[in-house]
Design a protein around this ligand. Structure first.
Ligand code: APR
Ligand code: ZN
Ligand code: ZN
Length: 368
């Protein structure tokens, strides 16, 4: 039995259930005892219906824990291994994986979207009903079974509540800066939205050698935090026009590279506008389903020679990038502990959603 937070109905609070039955891992899967799970905006987006999801589902996709059992054919992981959970199972052999874009692996994406493990079923049940698992994971559960390709082994000495964040916000944010964008030394970078993911874009931009890093948010507390993560200038968009402010800070040219890390129509428009001619606008935030990229083709793209790039999961090659991130963390170039605003119990998950809505926390981390 496991305790897990279940979304039974879109729009309703998560139910913490203690009767969740966990089936043993099938071939190619592992059973993980979660040590911690971050509460990410994408979890909230599923709860409130912004992102489509089947129900009932165990949410949570930013976790870390210890392997408790392995299924047949799993040779690269063993009981006792510490692992970070990846929310994109990367098969390693499909069209995209072979072309260096495993973040959009095509052989696993349909199962994941439907809330299943890779064989189209799940390993969690409650009250006689199968529970879907977000991202083939479901880290809001003490125990979960995930595809072995989604469990990334890490050294035992990394605090698992810190490691949990690597699985989503760090891989996504740092990857957006280091993998998706092409940041040259001394570039000016604007980051619109300084939540758990945006703060990691800022850290990644600093590692890439950006000269100017402009943080844009509507909360002073986030902007103060952004400075400690490497922002060299901040814009409080609650009291001014973010585009004009970034223009002013970049000699009226616009940022060399601008990132949108929220997913709102207004901030997507602003991010593209504040990107200079010849620059790159990188869209990271999970946009509302009705949001559009609406740019005049000639003045906005052709003559402006602007690149508008989508970024999914920070372009992460999970095995390579988790190791790289741990290297940066050990070298002191990446802050992880400082991303955690509060450690909470699973029972407080709905309160963590409220805090995300208000925008007052970087990350709440559930510890089991
Ligand atoms: N202008 C600037 N900043 C804003 C605005 C705005 N109009 N509206 C909200 N923000 C800020 C919030 O104050 C908050 O700091 O955007 C930030 C969003 O952060 P989080 O809610 O913590 O979201 P996060 O978990 O970082 O995810 C960001 O990436 O993974 C996706 O689904 C996720 O789309 C979401 C995005
Ligand atoms: Zn996430
Ligand atoms: Zn693949």
């Amino acid at each position: 039995m496991s305790k897990a937070a279940v979304l039974a109905t879109i729009g309703q609070p998560l139910e913490v259930r203690t009767d969740v039955v966990v089936e043993a891992p099938h071939a190619g899967e592992v059973l993980v005892r979660m040590a911690a799970s971050g509460v990410c905006h994408s979890d909230l987006s599923m709860q409130n219906g912004t992102m489509l999801t089947p129900t009932p589902i165990v949410l949570g996709h930013e976790g870390a824990g210890v392997i408790e059992a392995v299924g047949d054919g799993v040779s690269e992981l063993a009981v006792g291994d510490h692992v970070v959970i990846s929310w994109v199972p990367q098969c390693g052999s499909c069209y995209y994986c072979e072309r260096g874009q495993p973040e959009i692996c095509e052989s696993t994406s349909l199962s994941v979207a439907l809330g299943y493990l890779l064989d189209g079923t799940t390993r969690l049940r409650s009250a006689g009903t199968a529970l879907h698992q977000m991202a083939a994971a479901g880290t809001f559960s003490e125990l979960s079974v995930v595809p072995a390709v989604s469990a990334i082994k890490i050294p035992d000495d990394i605090d698992l509540s810190v490691a949990a964040l690597i699985g989503c916000s760090v891989l996504t944010g740092v990857g957006a800066a280091l993998n998706t964008a092409d940041i040259a030394a001394d570039d000016s970078v604007a980051v619109v939205g300084c939540g758990g993911v945006g703060l990691n874009v800022i850290q990644g931009a600093a590692i890439a050698g950006a000269g100017q890093i402009i943080a844009v948010d509507v909360h002073q507390s986030k902007l103060e935090l952004a400075r400690t993560f490497g922002a060299t200038a901040v814009v409080d968009a609650s009291g001014c026009d973010a585009v004009s402010a970034v223009m002013e800070l970049t000699g009226q040219r616009g940022a060399d590279v601008a990132f949108e890390v929220i997913g709102l129509q207004q901030t997507i428009d602003q991010t593209i506008t504040m990107t200079r001619r010849g620059g790159q606008a990188i869209l990271v935030g999970v946009a509302r389903m009705d949001a559009v990229v609406n740019v005049p083709a000639f003045f906005g793209v052709v003559l402006a020679e602007k690149t508008i790039r989508g970024c999914w999961y920070g372009g992460a090659h999970v095995r390579r990038d988790v190791a790289r991130i741990i290297g940066y963390y050990r070298d002191g170039r990446l802050k992880l502990e400082e991303l955690i605003s509060q450690r909470i119990a699973l029972e407080q998950v709905n309160e963590a959603f409220e805090a995300l809505k208000v925008g007052e926390v970087a990350r709440s981390v559930i510890t089991y």
